[in-house]
Design a protein around this ligand. Sequence first.
Ligand SMILES: Cc1ncc(COP(=O)(O)O)c(C=O)c1O
Length: 288
Amino acid sequence: MAHLRDAAECETFVEEVEPEELADHCDIREVVEIPTDPREGVSFEHIRKAIHTVPKIGACLIVTNYSNPLGCSLAEERKKELVTLLAKHRIPLIEDDIYGDLARPDDKRPVTAKAFDAKGLVLLCSSISKTLAPGMRVGWVSPGKFRDAILQLKTNQTFACPAITRMAIAEFLKNGSYDAHLRKIRAVYWELLCRFSGAVARYFPAGTRISRPQGSFVLWIETSADTTILAARALNEHRISIAPGCIFSAKGNNYRNCLRISCAHPWSAKIDRAIQTLGRLAKELNGD
Ligand SMILES: Cc1ncc(COP(=O)(O)O)c(C=O)c1O
C-alpha cells in the first residue's frame, strides 16, 4: 500500500465568462480540468497552459484546503502565487473553502487564498455542511468585487435562506460552541481516517493505493477494478454507498479505477464489514 503519487483530480476552469459577467455564470460553455498532485495541490504548470491556450476564461474554481477527493492543500506561498497569477490575467478565483476548518488535530487552520486578494477577484465560499449539518443548508460567500452580481443571482435563484436556520447557526457561532465542536470533530475525523485507511489496506487487492489526506474526512483509493461497476454492485447488493472515481471528472469518464470513501461515520463492526465487502468486490471484479 503506497501513498498515491501521480493521480490527478480536477480543479476546474470555467470558460467563456468575463469577470463583469459573473451574473451570467449559468452559461458555462466548457470546463477545463486541471491535474492535481495529491501532495502539492493543483498544477500551476497546467493553469498557465490553460491561460495561454483557452481563449476566454471566466473563472477558476479551486478547493484550496483539503480538496475533495484528494485531501491536499495549496501551501500558503502557492496560494499567494495563484492569486497573483490569476489577477494578472483578470481571472476571478472561486475559492471553495468548505473543508478549511478540518485540519488534523495538531495542525493550524490553513489560510485562504482570499487573504492575498488585493483586487477583489477572489470569491471565498464556504458552508457548515462539512462541520455541523449539511441539512441546514447554510453557506456564505465573501464575493469581493462581485457582490452585486452575487446578490442578484441569489435573489433570482432562491431569494433567501430560511431566517430561522441562519439565526440558529449565528447563535451557535457567537456563543463559542463552534470552536469547541471543531476541536472535537477534527480529532474524531483524524482517528476515523486512520481506521478506514487501515481497513482498506487490509481488505483491498494488493497494489491498491490510498491517499494520505492533510485534513478533512475523505479517502481517495486507486485500485485496478472498474469502480463504476463496483459502486453499483456495492449499492444494489449490499446497500453500501461509495463515490466512483468517474464523478470527479467533468467529462464523467476518467478515474474509473478510483473511488472515494467518506470516513465521517462512527467506527463499528458494520463499517469494518462494509470495507471488507468492498475489498472482496474489488478482488472479484479483478478476477482475483
Ligand atoms: C468541495 C465541495 N464544495 C461544496 C460542497 C457542497 O456543500 P453544501 O452542502 O454546503 O452545498 C461539497 C459537498 O460535498 C464539496 O465537497
